[in-house]
Design a protein around this ligand. Sequence first.
Ligand SMILES: [Fe+2]
Length: 254
Amino acid sequence: MLKKFGWAIAALVVIVAVILFYSSGRFNLQQEVAEQQSCPVFPSRTVERTPFPIAPLYAKKNFNLAQKIKGLSEKQLDEHNTLYEGYVQKRNEIAQKLTEVDLSNQNKTYSAYRALKIAETYALNGSLLHELYFENMSNSGSAVGPQMLQLIEKSFGSFEQFKNDLMAAALCSHGWVLTAYSIDDHLIHNYVLEAHNQTVPVLALPLLVLDVYEHAYMIDFGIKRAAYLDVFFTQIDWNVVEERINRWVNPLNK
Ligand SMILES: [Fe+2]
């Protein structure tokens, strides 16, 4: 009996073994595909983040303010310059910290990363706006240049109306006034910034920057901002404004 069905039993065992082998392989393949499909495209944020190779390092600029500006005391200018250098230093500190931050578990109620990103813009604008401001002042006694005058007349009708608008903005602003060229309407506007990183216009290129924080004039003028503004207006270096138009505005209109 066993001899009679031996070959049949052996064949059945082989068939079953083959079926089990392929079933096992197919299952493993399906499982592998499923694992691949569920795998995120990007690695998990919980893994340790590879830091940026090098944090950018920003150098402070030297302006020799007491030599180039008249009407503001050396103490006033020194204090202001020290404040500016602090913003550059903080900009560098923040840039370094941003390379070390843990990006996982972000939360809109509190996030160390968010705090750094807000401080990043504050220090960035605090640095750059002071540089633009210090650069566009000198005792050169320059007159408004032809390109700026053309923009002023196109945007405000006359130099007098432009100046009236600029002075009004300067008297009511909490922080900065920017005379900026808008890439949107190709006119210049006097924008009021509530702080370094608040109410900053987009698509606007700063041509003339005016600091109206109290620290810009308090030592020399107390709370008399208008007296400071009179001095500022005599110290505008309009040649710098023309250079900014050449550098930033003219290439857009070619
Ligand atoms: Fe300032």
